[in-house]
Design a protein around this ligand. Structure first.
Ligand code: AMP
Length: 367
């Protein structure tokens, strides 16, 4: 099977890493000649908007998937007429715009924080009345890892925030700030026949809007049940094939959906070592019509992202059952360049190890 992946970043690299033992063959399209996945397959170097390159790329594979979200959904739909594109471009399109994403959640009965789309500065007072303070102003499109977001504590902040982000293409959204007890995410996978598997939800900590760490499993049975139910509604709505991640806040003991990602997700990276079948392998199995594998945990896990630059390998590898992933990316503040996964029999053992990991795994924030 020839799998074509749009995007050649670390997610593409880990997908190939999972699929090569199954005899799959990988092609990537990415604008960067040094894309981290390029070493594991054929790399077409072209901008994501290059229609001709995209069609040539698709023609040489059996199935197309994406690991990068800012691809034109209409172009993907066109490609879909030539080769199957999974997950569906409709799911990608909904996730690309925070307003359509939240509107979808609302339509599916999935709780969200209060939100209002915002186009003009004059709309600020009315918008803040709906969301309340504090709030967060976000770009509707192209925000990631905390970029394109400004917190608002009082009205005067809102005007400055609006002027900072006003030129963003695609408009703005203002959201009520959730005072959450914790953040969790669920990774689910649906196959061609409609069977769904769920990974145990992870409990995530963000720093400067960037995922820093994820513990699994998160053990509140009732919240896990709701997270699975909400993820299933999204999967069924799109007749979805592949991996989907949904991020939630837990506020007053209830789930509030923040966003979804129609792809393998950073908060599921521990599945490589911790689960019987990783999120990467299950995504590929779903795409090509193989049975989905068990998502059962072998051990408890803690994943820590290396942001800015990598930790020293000897310091990591001296620790038992701690695994280092180097994405082969140039170091840069604010950039995820690798991650570390620690496994243990108990959460307590991981919590004991955590301070050491946070000390040796760098977090170098962007300016
Ligand atoms: P996002 O880009 O929406 O995933 O936001 C990145 C991180 O910023 C989230 O994981 C939260 O930690 C924080 N955040 C985003 N939106 C909100 C919100 N409405 N209320 C509280 N925290 C938020």
């Amino acid at each position: 099977m020839r799998v074509g992946i749009i995007g050649g970043g670390q997610l593409g690299r880990m997908l190939a890493w999972a699929g090569l033992p199954l005899g799959m063959d990988f092609s990537f399209i990415d604008p960067s000649p040094g894309a981290p996945a390029g070493e594991l397959g054929r790399l077409t170097v072209a901008p994501f908007e290059d229609r001709t390159a995209m069609f040539d790329f698709a023609q040489n594979v059996d199935v197309v998937t994406y690991e990068f979200e800012n691809v034109s959904a209409p172009l993907l739909r066109e490609v879909g007429a030539a080769r199957p594109v999974m997950p569906s471009p409709e799911a990608l399109e909904a996730s690309q715009d925070r307003l359509s994403e939240k509107t979808l959640f609302h339509a599916l009965g999935i709780p969200t924080t209060r939100y209002v789309a915002l186009d003009r500065e004059e709309e600020l007072p009315g918008a803040l009345e709906k969301t309340g303070l504090p709030a967060i102003l976000k770009t509707r499109r192209l925000g990631y890892d905390g970029r394109g977001q400004v917190p608002i504590y009082e009205y005067s902040d809102a005007v400055t925030a609006f002027r900072t982000l006003a030129s963003a293409p695609g408009g703005l959204i203002i959201e009520g700030r959730v005072v959450f007890e914790r953040e969790i995410s669920i990774v689910a996978c649906r196959d061609r026949a409609g069977s769904v598997v769920f990974y145990p939800p992870g409990e995530n900590v963000h720093q400067d809007g960037i995922l820093r760490s994820s513990y699994t499993p998160f053990r509140d049975a009732s919240l896990v049940h709701h997270a699975e139910d909400y993820a299933r509604r999204i999967l069924e709505h799109f007749d979805y094939i592949g991996v989907l991640a949904v991020e939630f806040f837990v506020e007053n003991g209830a789930l509030i959906a923040n966003e979804m990602a129609p792809r393998v997700h950073n908060s599921g990276h521990w599945s490589i070592e911790a689960c019987i079948t990783s999120q990467f392998e299950n995504h590929l199995r779903a795409l090509i019509g193989l049975p989905l594998g068990s998502t059962e945990l072998r051990r408890e896990a803690l994943m820590v992202n290396a942001v800015g630059h990598l930790p020293e390998a000897p310091a990591i590898l001296a620790l038992p059952d701690v695994h280092l992933h180097d994405y082969h990316k140039a170091p840069r503040p604010g950039r995820k360049v690798g991650h570390v996964t620690a496994l243990a029999e108990t959460r307590e053992a991981l919590e004991k190890l955590a301070p050491r990991l946070f000390e040796i795994v760098p977090f170098e924030r962007h300016g």
